[in-house]
Design a binder for this molecule. Structure first.
Ligand SMILES: [Zn+2]
Length: 452
C-alpha cells in the first residue's frame, strides 16, 4: 500500500517536496477541487529563481501561494505553499523558487508544457476549454516553456548556410514580423516584430563574423530592405528569390485580371438587364435580348467562382474545374491567356538548370509584354528586375516546398494567436513551433527529457 502523500505527489507530479495536508472541496461552478498543501525539501527551499543559488531569506509572506497542476480524473488540482523572498547577491530580492513551477508562474511546469503542446497542435478554443483556463494564460505558458527549453536562442545560429528571410503580417494594418529560416533544418532561427533594414540588421549584428561568412544563400521576396542588409553584412552571399513568392506575384496579377474581367462582365450584365426592361415591344428582339442576358450572367458567375480553378495547376484540377476552365477559355480568352501565362512562369521556375530557366523566362517576358494585359506586363518587368535572383534560386536548388510549408506554419500560428496581448508570446510560439524541439511532456519522461 502506498501512502496518501506518495499518491498525491504522483497525481500532481511534484517532486522534492513534502505534502502537509490536503482537502477535497468544490468551487462555485460545482467542480471538484483537490487542494494540496505542501512545502519544498530544505535543499530546494530559499533558492534564487534566476540562478538557483541558495540565498538568505529576505522576508516571509503571511499568506500562501497557489499553483494549478494538471487536472487528474476531472478533478482540478491546486497546490498551496507558503512563500518567502530571498536576497540574492547577484539578482537582488526575488520570490524564492519552488521545484514544481517556473518563476512568476501560477501553474506547474507540467501544466506549462502540456498547454504549449496542445496550443501547437490543436485550435485555441479547444486548448483553453480542455485546460480550463483562458487563451492568454496559454500564451504565457508557451513563453515560459520556450524560455526553459531553450534559454540560449543563439545556439540556433550555429552552422547557418542557407537562410530565408520573410515578413508576415500578424495584424490588420501594417503590423509585421520578420522571420529568418534555416533552409537546411527547416526551422526558424530568429524572429522580431517589424520589417525594415533596422530590424533585420539586429539579426546580423547578433551573428559572429565567422557565422556571417558561413552563409551562402539568402532567399526571400524581392524586398529592398533585405537587399540592403545583405549588401552591408554578407555581400559574398547569393541573393535568391523563393519560387513561391514569384508564383504568388503571378497569382496576384491573375486575380487582379479576374476581378477586372468580372467587373466588365457584371457591368455588361447590368446593361443588358436595363435594355431588356426597357424593351421595344418586338417579341423577336425580346427573346434575343433575354438569351444574351442569360449568357452574360453565366459568364459573370463563371468568372466570380473561378478563383480556386485559376490558382491551381492543370494537373491538380478536378473534372468540374476543368470544365470551368474550358468555359473560361471559350468565353473569356483574355483571362485564360492570363492563366496560361501564370502556368508558363510556374513551369519556368521548375527548370533544373540555369540556362533552361533563363530561356523560359525570356519566352515568358516576350509573351507577357505582348499579351495586351497590363498587370502581366508589369509582372514581366518585375520578373526581369529580379531575374538574376530567380536564377540564383534555381542554381542553389533551395527546396521551394519546404520554404512554403514553414511559411504556412507561421501563418497558422499567427491566425491561432490572433488577439494575443503580447507580441513576445507570438514570437515564442513561432520559435517553438517551427523548430525540431520535442516538448518534454510528462508522458515523454517529463522535464528530465533531453530536448533534440
Ligand atoms: Zn540569483
Amino acid at each position: 500500500m502506498v501512502s496518501a502523500s506518495t499518491l498525491l505527489k504522483k497525481f500532481a507530479n511534484v517532486n522534492h517536496s513534502v505534502i502537509d495536508s490536503y482537502e477535497f472541496t468544490q468551487n462555485v461552478n460545482g467542480e471538484d477541487i483537490l487542494k494540496i498543501n505542501l512545502h519544498p525539501y530544505k535543499t530546494y527551499a530559499n533558492r534564487c529563481p534566476v540562478c538557483g543559488c541558495r540565498c538568505k531569506v529576505y522576508d516571509r509572506s503571511k499568506c500562501t501561494r497557489m499553483w494549478r497542476a494538471l487536472d487528474c480524473g476531472g478533478v482540478i488540482i491546486e497546490l498551496y505553499s507558503p512563500t518567502c523572498r530571498v536576497d540574492c547577491p547577484e539578482h537582488g530580492v526575488k520570490t524564492a523558487s519552488v521545484p514544481w513551477a517556473f518563476h512568476d508562474s501560477g501553474f506547474t511546469k507540467d501544466f506549462d508544457m502540456m498547454a504549449t503542446f496542445l496550443a501547437m497542435n490543436i485550435n485555441r478554443s479547444v486548448t483553453a476549454e480542455f485546460l480550463r483556463c483562458d487563451w492568454h494564460t496559454v500564451m504565457r505558458c508557451i513563453s515560459r516553456a520556450r524560455a526553459y527549453i531553450e534559454p540560449d536562442l543563439k545556439k540556433r545560429y550555429a552552422g547557418l548556410v542557407n537562410i530565408g528571410i520573410d515578413e508576415t503580417s500578424y495584424r490588420k494594418g501594417h503590423s509585421y514580423v520578420t522571420v529568418v529560416v534555416n533552409h537546411d533544418t527547416n526551422t526558424v532561427v530568429w524572429c522580431a516584430p517589424g520589417h525594415s533594414t533596422e530590424v533585420l540588421s539586429r539579426f546580423f549584428e547578433e551573428l559572429t563574423q565567422e557565422q556571417r561568412l558561413n552563409i551562402k544563400c539568402v532567399s526571400g521576396d524581392g524586398a529592398k530592405w533585405i537587399d540592403a542588409c545583405i549588401e552591408k553584412y554578407i555581400p559574398h552571399a547569393w541573393r535568391c528569390v523563393d519560387s513561391f513568392h514569384v508564383v504568388t506575384w503571378a497569382m496576384e496579377a491573375l486575380n487582379e485580371l479576374r476581378k477586372e474581367s468580372w467587373r466588365d462582365a457584371y457591368s455588361n450584365q447590368k446593361k443588358l438587364t436595363l435594355e431588356l426592361k426597357r424593351g421595344n415591344g418586338r417579341p423577336g428582339k425580346q427573346d434575343k435580348a433575354s438569351l444574351k442576358l442569360s449568357e452574360a450572367k453565366t459568364k459573370a458567375t463563371e468568372i466570380k467562382n473561378s478563383t480556386y480553378t485559376l490558382g491551381k495547376a492543370p494537373e491538380n484540377l478536378t473534372p468540374n474545374q476543368i470544365e470551368r476552365l474550358e468555359m473560361i477559355a471559350k468565353t473569356n480568352p483574355k483571362l485564360f491567356r492570363g492563366y496560361t501565362l501564370k502556368e508558363h512562369l510556374r513551369m519556368a521556375l521548375k527548370m533544373s538548370s540555369r540556362d533552361e530557366a533563363k530561356a523560359e523566362l525570356s519566352t515568358f517576358f516576350w509573351k507577357a509584354t505582348h499579351s495586351r494585359i497590363s498587370v502581366f506586363k508589369e509582372l514581366a518587368y518585375k520578373i526581369r528586375r529580379h531575374e538574376e535572383h530567380i536564377l540564383n534560386t534555381i542554381d542553389s536548388k533551395l527546396s521551394n516546398a519546404r520554404v512554403e510549408s514553414i511559411n504556412n506554419k507561421i501563418k497558422l500560428f499567427i491566425r491561432k494567436a490572433y488577439g494575443f496581448k503580447n507580441i513576445q508570446n507570438l514570437l515564442d510560439m513561432i520559435l517553438l513551433g517551427c523548430s525540431n524541439i520535442l516538448i518534454p511532456l510528462p508522458n515523454r519522461g517529463g522535464l528530465g527529457l533531453k530536448v533534440a
